[in-house]
Design a protein. Structure first.
Ligand SMILES: *Cc1c(COP(=O)(O)O)cnc(C)c1O
Length: 394
């Protein structure tokens, strides 16, 4: 229906062959391909270990649950969440038995969790167990500074890396390996697409080596009913039937098909991200001279980002409305990342003060518009899209 879609699968015959091989193998649930995908995903991000799960929402929920069990976090059940993110960052806190505390973002132009607002909350509340940063658009959300701040309060930072596989900080540290853990998504429109799928990277590089290893081991049980014994594949090849259940848990596994797709997609990530960066640069060049339209560029430089989406800011509400109509008329798909979470029915608060405190998030949400970005997008299409915008706002 859209002439130029917002995102597109970066698939070819390799994904089809990888899936065919799984079907021919006769083993569909977690097995050798999951192990290979985990090892390659961890190695690519210079991490020691990775845990594949059904999706990023499950990944976040498991990390939050683990955090609530940690010694330092006993009885603390609140997690600070940026008001600008996909709702899963917050709803997974509730699923884990906690309370999301919606927090403002840096400014009306920057959707990253505000360091100053987090510090205010850490000073005024004693029930905070952790802080989750979202590497919005694949850009570093300032995780090192957040880890430094939270370290002073003995609070853990979790990284929502749904937008940021393959991204690094300005100094070159892979995102997802700096806080307690990184949580990744392989939903259809993400930089690595498997339909559904997620990954946890427990941090074993930082000062919390032991915590990272115990998170990894715990998550492997927690994704599979809390059972010991290495899972269904291990039992299949060992021929042993015995396992124990260490704690009540659910089934957050993914399949060999997910992993087969993920392995091929991971091989394409470097090239796909490079193309995304080129296209982002081109958008920036073409829109920079246009008054009233700004491209959200990463603070740490474009080479560091995974450039997952292309957010533009159009502060003039009427101009933004005209651009939306003009793009729709030209059959160019657009999106909105994101409505502020506190405006959703399920999260809306009665307390007026909460709204004032989320002023930057509201302002950012009101200006943001997401334009098409994916490795198969052509330069000509970017010229066309930006042409529509230029002629509409000027
Ligand atoms: C996509 C996304 C998620 C959820 O990922 P799923 O794999 O669909 O569960 C969480 N956070 C952010 C920022 C996302 O973009």
């Amino acid at each position: 229906m859209w002439r130029i879609p917002l995102s597109n699968l970066n698939y070819d015959h390799r994904e089809a062959e990888a899936v065919q091989q799984v079907l021919a193998s006769g083993w569909l649930t977690m097995g050798p391909r999951i192990k290979e995908f985990e090892e390659e995903f961890a190695a690519y991000h210079r991490a020691e270990t990775a845990v594949a799960v059904a999706n990023c929402t499950c990944a976040l929920e498991l990390v939050y649950r683990f955090l609530f069990q940690m010694q330092d976090a006993k009885d603390r059940r609140a997690i600070i969440v940026p008001d600008i993110t996909f709702v899963a960052t917050a709803s997974a806190v509730i699923a884990a038995g906690g309370e999301p505390v919606l927090c403002d973002v840096e400014s009306a132009d920057k959707p990253y969790l505000s360091l100053a607002a987090v510090e205010e909350l850490l000073k005024s509340r004693n029930d905070i167990a952790g802080v989750v940063v979202v590497h919005y658009a694949g850009h570093d959300a300032g995780v090192e500074a957040m880890v430094e701040l939270c370290g002073r309060y003995k609070i853990q930072v979790i990284e929502d890396c749904a937008h940021s596989p393959g991204a690094v900080t300005a100094s070159g540290r892979p995102l997802g390996t700096i806080g307690l853990a990184g949580c990744f998504s392989f939903f259809s429109n993400k930089n690595i697409s498997t339909g559904e799928g997620g990954m946890i990277l427990p941090n074993t590089n930082g000062p919390s080596v032991d915590i990272g290893h115990s998170l990894g081991a715990w998550a492997k049980m927690a994704r599979s009913h809390g059972t010991t014994g290495g899972g269904t594949w291990q039992r299949h090849i060992d021929g042993t039937a015995g396992y124990n259940v260490m704690f009540p848990a659910y089934n957050y596994r993914c399949t060999e098909i997910t992993a087969a797709l993920g392995i091929v997609q991971l091989e394409k990530l470097e090239e796909g991200n490079a193309r995304r960066r080129e296209l982002t640069q081109l958008y920036y060049q073409l829109l920079d001279p246009v008054d009233g339209v700004d491209v959200l560029m990463p603070d740490g430089g474009i080479e560091a980002s995974a450039c997952h989406i292309l957010p533009v800011l159009i502060p003039d509400e009427q101009a933004r409305r005209r651009v939306i109509d003009a793009l729709a008329h030209a059959q160019i798909q657009m999106s909105h990342h994101y409505p502020a979470i506190h405006t959703f029915h399920a999260y809306s608060q009665q307390d007026e003060s909460v709204f004032t405190a989320l002023a930057n998030a509201s302002a950012f949400a009101a200006r943001e518009l997401t334009l098409p970005l994916h490795p198969k997008l052509t330069d000509a299409q970017v010229h066309e899209i930006t042409g529509v915008i230029k002629s509409t706002v000027s």
